[in-house]
Design a protein around this ligand. Structure first.
Ligand code: SLL
Length: 240
């Protein structure tokens, strides 16, 4: 008698669990006004990772490593509690490597890069009256997270009620999202009509070839070889 492993049945028919957490990462920078005599620094800046909707990501993020430029002392900065942010000053822009580690050590850390921007052509930023914000939206996608991680992901509470600034950011990203979707739709439409065009040209060419083959079979010599003028005709018809 054969036995059925009930566990394998449950696993294979279960809907895969996917949890998505939207995040913001980037940097702000402010001109100091002058070049500092002691170290030549011109800007104060901060680089950060936070939740897009102001949730407390520290429930499921154990630490974030920010790899700064090697000109900084201790250039690997590890932050193990919220806010996941490094505040510094400096004189130059560079690529920061950001690694997010999760509360479940079996979950692979996520590594990405951010260009730490200091300079802008906005006159208010140049004058130091407005901070530069160079921020990106992204999503952490957890495929089949462990039960432990699912619990932690689902209990990420809001840090505070949304501020005007949060709401403004959300609106800005909603506009960007709508714009991106519209551009993807236009591009898809263009690709679709190019494919239709090419398919039609292919169909016409195939028909021409078939017609010419047929004609050459009807009029061909007994050896079934095409003479030079037939070759010329074929070429002309395919090009047309
Ligand atoms: C550049 N490739 O040349 C870049 C490097 C490095 C910025 C920029 C160090 C501050 C300090 C600092 O601002 N490094 O520790 O003095 O523009």
């Amino acid at each position: 008698m054969s036995t059925i492993n009930s566990e394998s049945i449950t696993t294979s028919t279960r809907t895969p669990v996917v949890i998505i957490k939207p995040i913001l990462y980037g940097n702000t920078a402010k001109h100091l006004g002058t070049k500092r005599d002691t170290d030549g620094h011109t800007h104060k800046w901060s680089v950060y990772v936070r939740s897009y909707n102001n949730d407390d990501i520290s429930t499921y993020v154990s630490k974030v490593q920010f790899r700064l430029h090697e000109t900084y002392p201790n250039h690997s900065r590890v932050i193990s509690q919220a806010p996941f942010e490094v505040e510094e000053s400096g004189w130059g822009e560079f690529e920061t490597q950001i690694t997010i580690y999760f509360a479940d050590p079996n979950e692979k850390p996520v590594i990405f890069y951010h260009h730490l921007k200091l300079f802008s052509t906005d006159p208010d930023v140049v004058a130091g009256t407005k901070a530069l914000v160079n921020e990106n939206y992204d999503e952490l996608i957890f495929q089949e997270p462990s039960d432990l991680l699912v619990r932690l992901l689902n209990c990420a509470k809001s840090l505070a009620p949304p501020t005007d600034e949060n709401l403004a950011t959300e609106k800005e990203y909603a506009v960007k999202k709508a714009d991106t979707i519209a551009r993807i739709k236009t591009a898809r439409q263009r690709v679709r009509s190019e494919i239709q065009d090419l398919t039609e040209r292919l169909r016409i060419t195939q028909e021409n070839i078939k017609r010419i083959r047929q004609r050459s079979a009807d009029h061909g010599s007994s050896t079934n070889l095409l003479n030079t003028s037939t070759h010329e005709n074929i070429k002309r018809e395919i090009v047309d």
